[in-house]
Design a protein around this ligand. Sequence first.
Ligand SMILES: [Zn+2]
Length: 273
Amino acid sequence: MPELPEVETVRRGLEPVLVGRRIERATILDSRLVRPFDPAIVAAELEGERVAAVERRGKYLVVRFESGRVLLIHLRMTGSLRHDPSGALPDDPHRRAVLNLDNQSDVAYRDVRRFGTWELFEPDELEDYLARRLGPEPLTRLTSERLGARLAGRRTTLKAALLDQRTVAGLGNIYVDEALWYARLSPLRPAGSLNAEELTRLLRGVRRALRLGIARQGATLRDYATPDGERGAMQREFRVYGREGEPCDRCGRPIAKTRVAGRGTWYSPDCQT
Ligand SMILES: [Zn+2]
């Protein structure tokens, strides 16, 4: 499932090909993508819009139009976007939408599991919508004090609290496990039990894992690809995720796997306390 580094990589790939372009034709092939709205109506609303900016908030892609309207895209489990400069993308049974741009290039949306969403917002509707769902951006808006305030008093596990998008925006199963390894903190700790020094370590760990993920253009385990069709390379950098039984790069003891918050969770019990 794409997390902040994967979505940021997609954003960076789309920004130069979308900004300044006008959507000449939009085709929405799967009604699930825009429900409860009619795909033909959403497609008609998109036609004629010119892209002013491509931003990211948490795991959402935020496509801002010059009209002030916004297309909010969430890739969920298996969504991906592909750009073709010549407008000649090969057939794809999992294609769910296509935008034909005014320079004859295309952007196509593919989604095998079909959990992704496209939502069109009128000007000024978006900020409240996002504020209700998302905590601060970990790379820019978060401090260890703010993180501490969001974890204070919570008896749930640290892993579960960090998966909650209202705590910090953009983290998912992979980057929470990697961040906790860098921070030397156990995913099983009660979320409200961290002292100031541990909160500082946690924020640094989160940033280190996310920045490495962005530098490696995300992790490709199955479906994820950049808009150029490239695979990410973050999976080669995993310190704990998916590495049960392998020696920890820090203490040499075996990495353990458990389940926390219903999710497979990897950590080094000997150096994450
Ligand atoms: Zn270790």
